[in-house]
Design a protein around this ligand. Sequence first.
Ligand code: TPP
Length: 662
Amino acid sequence: MSRYLDMVAEPAHVKNLTASQLLQLADEIRHELITVLAKNGGHLGPNLGVVELTIALHRVFSTPKDKFVWDVSHQAYVHKLLTGRKDRFNTIRTTGGLNGFALRTESPHDCYGAGHAGTALSAALGMAAARDKRGSDEHVVCIFGDAALTNGISFEALNNIAHTTKRFIGILNDNEWSIAKNVGAISNYLNKLITNPRYNKLARDFESFVRRLPKGELALKLAHKAEGGVKGAITDVALRQTGSLVDADGRGGYGSPIIFEEMGLRYLGPIDGHDLPLLISTLEFARTCDQPIVIHLLTQKGKGFDAALKSPEKFHGTGPYDVSTGDSLPAKPGAPPMYQDVMGQTLVKLCQKDNTLVGITAAMPSGTGLKHLEKAMPDRYFDVGIAEEHAVIFAAGMATMGFHPVCAIYSSFLQRAYDCIHHDICLQDLPVTFCMDRAGLSANDGPTHHGLFDIAYLRCLPNLIAMAPKDEDELVDMMFTATHQRHPAFIRYPRGAAEGVPIKEEPKLLEIGKAEVIQNFSSNGKKKVALFGLGPMCAIARKAAIQLAAEGFDCAVINPRFTKPLDAGTHEFFGRAAEVVVTLEDHALMGGYGSAVLELFSEKGVTTPVVRIGWPDQFIEHASTQDELRKKYGLSVENTVAKVKAQFGEVPAQVTKLIEVV
Ligand SMILES: Cc1ncc(C[n+]2csc(CCOP(=O)(O)OP(=O)(O)O)c2C)c(N)n1
């Protein structure tokens, strides 16, 4: 049976469908999302929640002339389906396929790329300002979630909108969830807007606007359908003083109770975000507004798929699952643990022995593994919202009062808090431990999420200690060691499964700045190669050493452990003893660990050639697996062996191409 979805080759076609056909289209989109993501994984829940919204947006506005700016843009799959990419939708998040986020290079309908939260309001305001300046008339629509409002940048933009433009359409997509349940005062506040009947009146000019539209009466009835001011109705702005000055949730009650109104934005809502006719009418109205407007939508994360409705956190971003049950494939018996779980469980154990330790996450309890601490010791656990800068400075504050915070933040999200690491943590030399998950590739997410720059951005800051474990047992040792320091300490480790080695009963304190020699030269008279494999690349160094030994080389393998302070003695010793040194890192080559080794060799006058294996100076695309990308860019055993041989003038034909790629 042919689908309406197949008839939508471009967004203009959405405008040709009747109201009932649009509803059918919504069902077809849901089916497509559920079946494709069952294979590819991805952000199912957020996208199921914006099906009607996205259809309504394309019904009312016209991209690429009009601009849709999606916060994080993990919820832009429906937009992709309606903007000429449905035929490739089954490739999403796979090698060579569609990216899981909005990407300017992927489509002219993606006017702004993202992957990190909180950027949409600022970007959209910039576009609106540019439009006003150049005198054009396109609409700029910014779609942001309730959790985006836990992020500082969102407020920096809100503060600026009314001063900057008269034409700005913000859509607050409120589903009460971040990845986990949304937290904090803003979330309480939005809940109050939703549930307090005091705010539930229909704006008079909106009402008269809707009445004039074809089927306007019907839309109005739908708007009024929720009784007693509960979810599903449209509210007005009630400019009145609340009874007491401070409400039960601790929020002050001055002036307008609608925070957006206080910031000079018109507020419409809350509106049922799954009511397509009502959404279309509301957006038609927003188009005509000559004042910035925020429309507050209520949506359900996972709408239309029971398993996702029941488990919003799991289905925020899921791996493959069974369509009939929603169950994920069971882990293979004996499979290694995930790094994030090792980190979370270790922190619980450390907290049980040390009362000064606390754990901090910026809205990522599952992704970082801090959920283990939340469950075991909730009084030692802080979720500060999507607020990495705040998380870091909050940790600094606690550290000044005798606590030792452990901040668990992905490597790429921590980039946002760079100034705080410099100004608040390192400059004051405060004892805070940073556990940087996803250091390395986040393969199917792509360049917004790869954590390939932290060694470079941290290495230049005084006072800090930076480490990378070769396996999960060493991660435990490093957490133990870091939490015993009186200085900032950073531990980087990759996404996903660990190496599968046993974890010792009791962790051991590592000597700061001391590398581990895994295999020394055997001094058998053969050509000497020293392989330094940082973190997960240690396994590749070991395998390369085995292969090189079989081909007539004498190899040493060293686990550097620390990128700061670098073990100068061990590096210099092997640097002088070897004929070729190889550094391997799951990090950008520029400014990374290999660069640190070159700096050291330059200082010490070590002239041995250094082959550096790592990520080249370009943004790395997404792919189905990490291995594919590592192979493509030469972070592999084969390429390591080939590069060593090339140093000795032996270039086997079959690997020549790989060397060129790198
Ligand atoms: C700077 C940053 N920190 C954390 C994340 C991880 N993250 C991705 S989506 C998300 C929650 C977004 O919630 P919301 O904005 O309400 O949108 P929803 O998924 O509920 O539609 C988080 C925390 C991120 N993308 N960027």
